[in-house]
Design a protein around this ligand. Sequence first.
Ligand code: SAH
Ligand code: MG
Length: 213
Amino acid sequence: MSKVSYQQYFDYIGELFVQEDEVLREIRAENDRQGLPAIGVMPYDGYLLGWLTRLIKAKTAVELGTLGGYSGTWIARHLPEDGHLYTLELEPHHAAVAQANFARAGLTDKVTLIHGPALENLTTLVEKGPFDLVFIDADKTHYPDYLTWAVENLRPGGLVAAHNAFRRGGAIEPKLEGDEELQVFNQMLAADPRLDSMIIPLGDGMAVGVKRG
Ligand code: SAH
Ligand code: MG
């Protein structure tokens, strides 16, 4: 058996594919300086999101859970000039840091940050849809509700992605608040006949589903 760890595989992928520019590095540094929790996606996850965005030629995207705007920057950069990202964040401080980071990245016109509980704001976002991409990365407790909304508001061929599909093992052995809802989410994703789904076992797991039809 090889002694190479999964983390080494992920780092290897990162070295091969991911070149963070000054802006992305600065966003991560600024999030640290502003005391945001270190729970954002890794650079290889960001790259994966950008790659998926290009792959399905997404134009209009929704993100649940902005934090400091790191993953949002990866997504928005890979939308076309006339594309748009709506990103939803509960915490005012996170939202303020993210707004400044989107400005830093030159993405102010391309990104709309919506402040408040995601579930409530999704109701009003419906009129901007249908969407090409929905990225779920907010509170795990509502992952099943977020998935229900995503499937209803994606165009055929659109893609839903969700970070932390493994939740460091919580998906298999629930421990933390939200782990059981995450299990339900993964089961819903796998069983929904409207979706063609998979968990990409990169990092903490990226669940993806493409809407059929
Ligand atoms: N996608 C980000 C990380 C998001 S971390 C990145 O990779 O850069 C999860 C975020 O979801 C936190 O900022 C948290 O404040 C936010 N959040 C938690 N509950 C929420 C809710 N009900 N509605 C909207 N955002 C929520
Ligand atoms: Mg996450």
